[in-house]
Design a protein around this ligand. Structure first.
Ligand SMILES: [Zn+2]
Length: 259
C-alpha cells in the first residue's frame, strides 16, 4: 500500500542519522510522501536541506501562529519578507492561521489576524495552496477567507471540531486532515459527515507520548486503516483516494525519488 502523511514535521528530528533511519523505515512501510508543516525562517532552511530524502516531500513554508508570540513586530515583518523570497521553493504556504488557545488578548489576536491576512496575500501572489492551522477560531478564520476575492486551495491541518464548523470549508473545496486521535473515536462524526474525497490523515509527528517515546508518520497509516475499516472499504482504495487528493494539492509529492 502506498500512503502519504498529510502533515508532519520531519525537521524537528535534528539528528541526521536518526532521521535517515526513520525515512528508510517509512519507505519500507510504503510511505510515498510527507507533507511538511512550516514553522519559522530557521525551520524553512532545514526543510530545504531535506531535498535528498528518499521519500518525496512537500515543502511548506509559513509563519506558524505560535511563532508570533516570541517575535517583535519588526522580526515578524523580516520573517514575512524572507518568506516572500523563499516561497518559490515551497509547494504551499503554511502553517498559517488563527489559534485562540495561544492568543488570548485582543492585541494578540489582532497580530495573528494581520499576519494571517499578509500570508494569504503572499499565497495569492505566488499561487500557492495553503496549510491552515486553526484552533478554536473556525468562524473567524472563515470570515477572513470568505472576504478574499478568490478562494485559495488548501488543507485544514489537525481538523477536530464540531462538524457544523466544516460546512463552509467543504463547499469551498478545502481538504480536511484528520489527527491520529480519530483512531480512538469520532465524537464529531467527521468520518461520516465530511466528503471522503476531502479527507486525508496526518500524524503531526513527532509528538511526545505519555511514556516519553515519540510518534512517527506511521500514525497517518494507522488512522487511514482505521477509517477504511469504519467505512467498510478496502484500505488500498482509501490510500489511492488520499494519494490523488494530496498529489493534486502539492506538486512536490510528484517529484521522482532521488535515491
Ligand atoms: Zn503541525
Amino acid at each position: 500500500m502506498q500512503w502519504i502523511d498529510s502533515h508532519c514535521h520531519s525537521t524537528l528530528i535534528l539528528d541526521k542519522s536518526e532521521r535517515t533511519a526513520l525515512l528508510r523505515m517509512l519507505q519500507i512501510q510504503g510511505c510515498v510522501g510527507l507533507v511538511q508543516g512550516g514553522i519559522d525562517p530557521e525551520e524553512w532552511d532545514r526543510q530545504l536541506e531535506l531535498s535528498n530524502a528518499p521519500i518525496p516531500m512537500a515543502r511548506v513554508f509559513g509563519l506558524h501562529p505560535w511563532a508570533l508570540t516570541s517575535r517583535t513586530p519588526d522580526a515578524i515583518q523580516a520573517a514575512l519578507s524572507k518568506l516572500e523570497h523563499i516561497l518559490c521553493h515551497a509547494d504551499a504556504l503554511g502553517e498559517l492561521g488563527l489559534d485562540w488557545a495561544i492568543a488570548k488578548t485582543h492585541e494578540q489576536r489582532q497580530v495573528q489576524k494581520q499576519v494571517f491576512a499578509q500570508q494569504l496575500e503572499l499565497a495569492r501572489l505566488h499561487r500557492k495552496p495553503i496549510v491552515l492551522h486553526c484552533v478554536r477560531a473556525y468562524s473567524e478564520t472563515w470570515a477572513i477567507l470568505k472576504s478574499l476575492p478568490q478562494q485559495p486551495e488548501g488543507l485544514l491541518h489537525g481538523f477536530w471540531t464540531q462538524r457544523q464548523n466544516a460546512r463552509p470549508f467543504i463547499e469551498a473545496g478545502y481538504v480536511f486532515s484528520l489527527p491520529p486521535r480519530i483512531q480512538h473515536g469520532d465524537p464529531h462524526q467527521l468520518l461520516s459527515y465530511l466528503p471522503r474525497e476531502q479527507i486525508v490523515f496526518e500524524s503531526d509527528a513527532p509528538q511526545k507520548r505519555l511514556d516519553g517515546s515519540w510518534t512517527t508518520p506511521l500514525q497517518a497509516l494507522h488512522s487511514l486503516q482505521h477509517a477504511a475499516q469504519q467505512w467498510g472499504e478496502d484500505p488500498a482504495l482509501t490510500c489511492d483516494r488520499q494519494l490523488r487528493t494530496l498529489q493534486r494539492l502539492f506538486a512536490g509529492l510528484m517529484r521522482p525519488e532521488t535515491s
